[in-house]
Design a protein around this ligand. Sequence first.
Ligand code: NDP
Length: 245
Amino acid sequence: MGKLDGKVALITGGSRGMGAAHARLMASEGAKVVITDVLDDEGHALADEIGGTYHHLDVTDENAWASVVADVHANVGPIGVLINNAGIVGFSPIATASTDEWNRVIGINLTGTFFGMRAVVESMTSAGGGVIINISSTAGLQGYSNLSAYVASKWGVRGLTKSAALDLGQHGIRVVSIHPGPIKTPMTDGFGDEMTAQQAIPRFGLPEEVAAMALFIAADATYTTGTEFVIDGGATVGAALQPPQ
Ligand code: NDP
């Protein structure tokens, strides 16, 4: 018996990276996985691999949210798990960051998460409740240079999670945020080992490690809502320095 037998799990940005790991693990635990993304070929291929379904969904499109959720509710079942995972990063110092980049990062990472939560409430409520997992970041716990829009979006996701948890608890819906540190995905291609050198666990995390946390939240963390789950190899604990030579 799987931990999510029969539950419908919708994952945004699910075609690759961490989203694909969530999709694989939840499918292996019996969930009916609905992958959504803007990367259609990869999404269809993954849906075929795990026996799920794929929908094109740009998370910034609120009308698309309404139609995908209506389609899934009618044809797969009420949504039991939503992972708001789609996200992008953009690097610019604040003095020269463009308005377009600011709007794009906030639009996908923060407004997309709001649209997703709002869109699934009725479907989740109809089945007696569910779980919403919002993927924030260690950038939702502290600042990083050259990442002002990203940091603002991820702090926003963290705050939005708390308000949504208070709004939705009465409907049996739990809402939490996950805060990954550096994880090996296409998003971190190009970053070397120096990025993790001062962590207590000096390596990149794996998407599968984050997926294991999401499964725990969805299946087992039944008295938990509105809070942060940090998975960062100790990145936010402090710096593991070597003594001077
Ligand atoms: P990836 O870039 O590997 O995957 C993100 C997926 O989201 C891609 O398929 C991407 O497509 C898709 N996407 C982008 N824009 C949209 C959109 N508007 N609508 C729907 N899907 C979209 O990233 P990760 O797996 O690394 O990241 C997943 C989440 O984890 C993100 O929210 C990220 O911010 C967060 N995170 C990542 C960390 C890391 O170290 N990797 C650390 C902390 C948090 P496309 O390629 O077209 O952009």
